[in-house]
Design a protein around this ligand. Structure first.
Ligand code: CMP
Length: 136
């Protein structure tokens, strides 16, 4: 059976008008959009979503950035979608991400890096439940 993963198209991507470009890449890859919503992250959701990072020095500016405006949350499904999407988005730092990846082609920052995607089956399960509690 296909896996599912959670993707956030971050506020920088919304501000830069890159939502369509990013969703197009996932669609062209053959992934399925199971759920999608435009909304904002508030402080409580940020702390929950990034629970493993709340003590890190980069967290306060990350939280400020992630709560700075609307984002688009999606659940994608497909064969090995968790690893496939991580490969498509590229390394965290847009300055180091490989060309051909979303961050490598479109981002130039370690923080404002356009997209988040679940990094494991456990985090996908946790993050999908957090963002889409109604999804079975
Ligand atoms: P994301 O995949 O959403 O997971 C954690 C986020 O924290 C990451 O993307 C970046 O936006 C941000 N991040 C991770 N490491 C750093 C860092 N060293 N400096 C600034 N931001 C970071």
């Amino acid at each position: 059976p296909d896996e599912r993963t959670l993707v956030l198209i971050k506020p920088d991507a919304v501000r830069r008008g890159l939502v369509g470009e990013i969703i197009s890449r996932f669609e062209r890859k053959g992934l399925q959009i199971d759920a999608m919503v435009s909304r904002s992250m508030d402080a409580a959701l940020a702390d929950e979503h990034y629970s493993e990072h709340v003590e890190k020095p980069f967290y306060p500016p990350l939280k400020a950035f992630m709560t700075s405006g609307p984002l688009v949350a999606l659940v994608l499904s497909g064969d090995q979608v968790i690893g496939v999407v991580r490969g498509m988005i590229g390394a965290t730092d847009g300055r180091k991400a490989a060309a051909g990846t979303i961050r490598g082609d479109l981002a130039l920052s370690n923080r404002e890096n356009l997209v988040h995607a679940s990094d494991s089956a456990d985090s996908a399960k946790r993050e999908i439940a957090l963002w889409f509690p109604d999804l079975g």
